[in-house]
Design a protein around this ligand. Structure first.
Ligand code: AMP
Ligand code: ZN
Ligand code: FE
Ligand code: FE
Length: 280
């Protein structure tokens, strides 16, 4: 069994149409793929309706959170999308992403880049994110690659044209996901190249709030970070996953680049009760 529990589609800042995720998973030799767009379930129905035989879909989302004043991402799987409290929280996160992207575009327009809100809206087929603003900067010839937009001069965290967005307190978010029947994994906890990461104490608190696992095998983790996270997970009784964090053409990592063991997958599914895994 080959299992990848973290993939983005065009419903957020990936480039693959949700209806093509299943076919791509099959090409990559996966038996299980999770759809985890930022703060939305908008791609679920299209992804579920187009699963090839032999591919199973875990419906999920990657939720914008913070702890200790640091932004972090929480993977939420198999929650009921209609549960009102968590649905309202996701809607608030998306609305804040829209207004903050407008603020970044206003700042970039004032600096004479020629980037417009219409253009960024066209680039975003669903939840808007910094990768869409980065695409507009690339198209305007302001940066040579998408990664070059994530710097202090442009829209890197705290950068000149960056604007912050709403983030849920992670312990509250874990409570919301669990109340909606879902199960939570802390996404790329040790991705220090992207910015600040939270302390081990924050992970201990998350475990206390009902976190199920840590994403350990991830493209943004060094070997040292992985071994530290494995030790932390073992001490706290947390599961450990591996996943690609596939973003289509917006990142270089391939679908299935990292995978999760069948035992961990079964344990995660066993803790969830919101919606079932969909089989192709
Ligand atoms: P946002 O959630 O809108 O603040 O945008 C953050 C997203 O931008 C992350 O989820 C990544 O997909 C992407 N990102 C962050 N840092 C970089 C980087 N250095 N290069 C390319 N993409 C990045
Ligand atoms: Zn993303
Ligand atoms: Fe993430
Ligand atoms: Fe992600």
């Amino acid at each position: 069994m080959s299992i990848d529990l973290h993939a983005h589609t065009a419903a957020s800042d990936g480039t693959t149409p949700p209806g093509e995720l299943g076919a791509l998973a099959r090409e990559a030799g996966l038996d299980v793929v999770a759809i985890t767009d930022h703060d939305t379930t908008a791609g679920w129905a299209r992804a579920a309706a187009a699963l090839p035989p032999g591919v199973s879909l875990v419906r999920g989302a990657e939720v914008s959170c913070s702890a200790e004043g640091v932004s972090l991402h929480l993977l939420a799987y198999l929650f009921d999308p209609g549960e009102p409290a968590f649905a309202a929280a996701r809607a608030a996160l998306r609305e804040s992403r829209r207004t903050r992207a407008q603020r970044m575009v206003d700042s970039l327009a004032a600096a004479g880049t020629g980037v417009t809100w219409e253009q960024v809206q066209d680039l975003a087929g669903g939840t808007v994110g910094r990768p869409h603003v980065a695409q507009a900067l690339l198209a305007a010839g302001c940066v040579p690659t998408l990664a070059d937009a994530f710097t202090p001069e442009w829209i890197g965290t705290g950068g000149r044209h960056w604007a912050g967005k709403l983030e849920l307190d992670v312990q509250e978010a874990i409570g919301l996901v669990r109340a909606a029947g879902g199960v939570c994994v802390f996404a790329h906890p040790g991705a220090s190249a992207r910015g600040r990461t939270v302390s081990d104490a924050a992970v201990v608190a998350m475990a206390g709030a009902g976190l199920a696992g840590l994403e350990v095998d991830h493209v943004d983790h060094t070997e040292q970070a992985r071994s530290h996270l494995r030790g932390l997970a073992a001490g706290l009784g947390l599961l450990t996953t591996g996943s690609s964090d596939f973003h289509g053409g917006n990142k270089t990592v391939a679908l299935g680049a990292h995978t999760t063991s069948p035992e961990v997958y079964e344990a995660l599914v066993g803790q969830a009760s919101g919606v079932p895994v969909v089989s192709g």
